[in-house]
Design a protein around this ligand. Structure first.
Ligand SMILES: [Mg+2]
Length: 263
């Protein structure tokens, strides 16, 4: 029993962390990214500031690209909505190309400062990150026990999959560019919200079905209690990962992948 290995104080019925994991059944390890393989603040400390910093040069370089041109038009439409809603975004001028570019930069910066999740901004940020990863100005970040565990699980002939809210492309970029090298070869399948949201039990059933595997063969690891509960409710084994607290203070959870399916 894995539970006894990773936290000997575990007892049945313990919250979210799950005490009883049947190690021998586990063929597939399904991993969340943010807060599990990767520090939560990677997004806020690295990705968002990068997009803010690169917005103007990105738009200048790519303004003739039809995809970017269309995104700017969507930004413009969003700007009109914000103005109508009385949110007072910075003004938008369209009289010259330079004016439009400056307006889109100012408005984009304004949206990012408000941590806006509007679709054209998210798309634009995604494009900027894609370019940053491609040029290696951005590197993916994983905890140091992650590559070690990937190697171990592969040696055990277990399958590693990722399930994250970030797009599959963004997931692949992150794992391809880590300071520990390209980790994508360890990952057999990347899943994103196209299979459903992570707090929805049916999403886990779809993942198992898409790999033609029984739910009980999976071990899902995440830092979100609701995701753990959703996976467990359909019969997946699952463990809560808490990277923030010290191993001494919490029971029923893991703090690294070190003890998961140890040799
Ligand atoms: Mg997470």
């Amino acid at each position: 029993m894995l539970g006894t290995k990773i936290h000997s104080s575990a007892s049945s019925g313990e919250v979210a962390g799950v005490s009883l994991i049947n190690e021998s059944q586990i063929r597939i390890i399904l991993l969340d990214i943010e807060g599990t393989t990767t520090p939560v603040d990677f997004v806020y400390q690295t990705l968002f500031p990068y997009a803010t910093r690169m917005l103007e040069s990105f738009l200048r370089e790519r303004s003739q690209d039809p995809e970017i041109h269309s995104l700017v038009q969507h930004l413009r439409a969003q700007h009109d909505l914000d103005e109508r809603d009385g949110l007072k975004p910075p003004g938008w001028l369209d009289n010259t190309e330079e004016a439009r570019l400056r307006s889109s930069v100012a408005y984009g910066q304004w949206l990012m400062a408000r941590d806006s999740k509007c679709t054209p901004l998210k798309s634009l940020q995604g494009k900027i990150w894609e370019q940053g990863f491609a040029s290696r100005e951005l590197r993916g970040e994983v905890f140091s026990d992650v590559p070690v565990a990937f190697e171990r699980w592969r040696r055990q002939k277990r399958i590693i999959c990722i399930y994250s809210s970030g797009s599959v492309l963004a997931q692949q970029l992150l794992f391809r560019t880590t300071t520990s090298g390209d980790l994508t070869s360890y990952v057999s399948t990347f899943f994103d919200t196209r299979v459903g949201i992570k707090t929805e039990p049916a999403s886990y059933e779809k993942i198992a079905a898409s790999l033609s595997r029984a739910l009980g063969e999976f071990l899902f690891i995440s830092d979100a209690v609701k995701e753990i509960e959703a996976a467990q409710s359909v019969g997946m084994q699952a463990i809560l990962c808490d990277r923030a607290s010290s191993p001494a203070t919490a029971g029923g959870v893991i703090h690294s992948f070190g003890g998961i399916l140890a040799d």
